[in-house]
Design a binder for this molecule. Structure first.
Ligand code: FMN
Length: 244
């Protein structure tokens, strides 16, 4: 078997910078429709985000129907971004889909043969590693075993509990959300990520399963002239970056 090679393509860093720097949280949109082809392209880019063990714990609900959008905007506390968005996309993290997705990793493996170590990981290791068990009891047992084994050597320290699995799923899903926002920007559209929503009402509207976490709801549309409220600022790098 020849080793796989993938050369890094040339990128214009200034084009990338333009996308990153021009992404702002936009609070007012025009009534222009975002084409479905653009939405789908951005979702495809979102799903290229790096994610833990390639378990792809995300889901995206594309809310375009005016009635549901209105109800969801109400659940988003009727924020301007939500009220004026052409599309609302709740970005969902799932803590249980890794079971199905472990099997999918075996099914979708893109090479003719799957290395034994990878197959063992998805078929035998992952089902134990990510399983907190009923009431998180298996997670507790794994944590205890890890504490003992960890005295002598480095060991993985989780995710053990249901809360740790939630953080696990949200981490990867938030990366997908950022890809999604940058994708829309690159297409000329804008977004506003929102966590200002009534979780209880939003989950009910979307009919979400109990393990689903709404990481954020993205408002999407064409930026209105008065869509950005103020110039952007960040704190100085020195206070946040530690060079070791
Ligand atoms: C997780 C998350 C939740 C946010 N929730 C809201 C929100 O509910 N409403 C809102 O107007 N902006 C919200 N924002 C946008 C932030 O206020 C904004 O990203 C920040 O002020 C920096 O501005 P910029 O995005 O234009 O760079 C949220 C951003 C993130 C990442």
């Amino acid at each position: 078997m020849t080793a796989y090679r993938e050369l890094a393509p040339e990128i214009d860093v200034n084009e990338f910078r333009k996308v990153v720097e021009s992404r702002r949280s936009v609070r007012r949109f025009t009534d222009e429709e975002v084409p479905l082809a653009v939405i789908d392209d951005c979702l495809d880019m979102a799903m290229l985000a790096p994610n833990s063990s390639n378990m792809q714990p995300w889901e995206f609900y594309v809310v375009r129907s005016p009635e549901l959008k209105k109800k969801l905007a109400y659940a988003c506390l009727n924020q301007n971004a939500a009220k004026t968005a052409n599309v609302l996309i709740p970005v969902i993290a799932r803590t249980t889909t890794w079971k199905k997705n472990a099997a999918r990793n075996i099914e979708y493996w893109p090479e003719a043969t799957m290395p034994k170590i990878v197959k063992t990981y998805y078929s035998k290791v992952a089902p134990i590693h990510y399983n907190a068990g009923p009431f998180g009891l298996l997670g507790l047992a794994k944590k205890a075993a890890g504490l003992v084994a960890g005295i002598k050597r480095p060991v993985p320290r989780g995710p053990y509990s249901i809360a740790e699995m939630q953080a696990w799923a949200v981490k990867s899903t938030a990366l997908a959300a950022e890809n999604l926002m940058l994708g829309f920007r690159a297409h000329g559209y804008d977004t506003c990520p929102m966590e200002g929503f009534d979780d209880h009402r939003a989950r009910k509207l979307l009919n979400l399963p109990s393990d689903a976490i709404i990481t954020m709801i993205l408002a999407v549309g064409r930026r209105a002239e008065d869509g950005i409220y103020h110039r952007r600022y960040r704190f100085p790098r020195e206070g946040f970056v530690h060079y070791l």
